[in-house]
Design a binder for this molecule. Structure first.
Ligand SMILES: NC(=O)c1ccc[n+]([C@@H]2O[C@H](COP(=O)([O-])OP(=O)(O)OC[C@H]3O[C@@H](n4cnc5c(N)ncnc54)[C@H](OP(=O)(O)O)[C@@H]3O)[C@@H](O)[C@H]2O)c1
Length: 257
């Protein structure tokens, strides 16, 4: 397969924030490499994107990018299709497999593997694919759980805090290569098939009360609103912004920083 345009971007996923981000990047003229484990869902999502944006700008890697194999697979594929990259969105993360307040070591390892080490390893695997002269942009996806003590598993919150710290430190080291590194901090993001739909099914009144009482804008975010922040940070309009953690939470964070 030949090399694609200079504007290329790579990230999970085929649903939620990752899918909305892929859509926005395509609207901006970029090529995208999306990722998910479920092959049939992934193909369906790629076809949807191809219908709107054409066949030669949408690529798919199917595999578990929390695993070593998945990470080396996606980076090899990115090199094959793009040659060089100019943007990485490290979007993978999940609080679901972890017990809420567990002190179990295995749970902590799983939490850190999915929510922190997947991003560290992905960025490491892509390290020699950056354009030498023009650099690029890395955006990591943290969570409000890294700011506020909300109802999230301990390991998830700690790993999401780790992502912020990692991004800040990395921004300094990568600045010399003209690679900007920023983090986006979503609040509660609702999409069909996502975690919040599941929680609403379990306790609609409780979830609604939580949103009403803790989010000043009194609603969920939609994935497009997080995608817009990611695409802004990746764009030339954010050319002097690096090392930043951008909250997109409807005002929910109470921290004054
Ligand atoms: N939703 C929220 O309210 C919220 C709030 C704060 C932060 N965040 C963060 O935002 C990011 C995206 O969250 P989201 O809610 O949009 O989506 P999500 O439900 O966490 O993830 C959905 C997407 O990720 C893919 N995926 C999951 N595990 C994978 C793995 N091991 N390897 C490859 N692909 C995988 C899924 O495809 P397959 O199922 O086919 O693998 C699907 O395309 C996460 O880092 C999350 O922690 C979300």
């Amino acid at each position: 397969m030949g090399k694609q345009s200079e504007k290329s971007t790579s990230f999970p996923s085929t649903d939620g924030i990752g899918y909305a981000t892929a859509y926005r990047f395509l609207e901006e003229g970029a090529c995208v490499l999306i990722n998910g484990r479920n092959e049939s869902k992934a193909r369906e999502k790629r076809e949807l994107l191809e219908k709107t944006f054409g066949k030669n700008r949408v690529f798919l890697y199917t595999g578990d990018t929390a695993s070593e194999n998945g990470i080396s697979g996606i980076s090899r594929y990115a090199e094959e299709i793009f040659g060089h990259i100019d943007c990485v969105v490290a979007n993978l993360g999940c609080g679901k497999p972890m017990a809420q307040s567990s002190l179990d070591e295995e749970g902590w390892r799983k939490g850190f593997d999915i929510n922190l080490f997947s991003a560290v390893k992905l960025i490491q695997a892509f390290d020699n694919l950056w354009e030498v002269d023009t650099g690029g942009s890395i955006i990591t996806v943290s969570s409000l759980a890294a700011y506020n003590r909300i109802s999230a598993p301990y390991a998830y919150a700690a790993a999401k805090q780790g992502i912020r710290v990692f991004s800040k430190y990395l921004s300094d080291d990568y600045a010399g290569r003209k690679i900007r590194v920023n983090s986006v901090i979503p609040g509660n993001v609702y999409y069909k098939g996502g975690r919040w739909e599941e929680l609403l099914r379990q306790d609609e009144a409780g979830v609604k009360e939580y949103i009403e009482s803790s989010v000043p804008l009194k609603r969920f975010a939609i994935p497009d609103e997080i995608a817009d922040a990611i695409v802004f940070l990746a764009s030339g309009r954010a050319s002097f912004i690096t090392g930043v953690a951008l909250l997109v939470d409807g005002g929910q964070s109470r921290a004054v920083v």
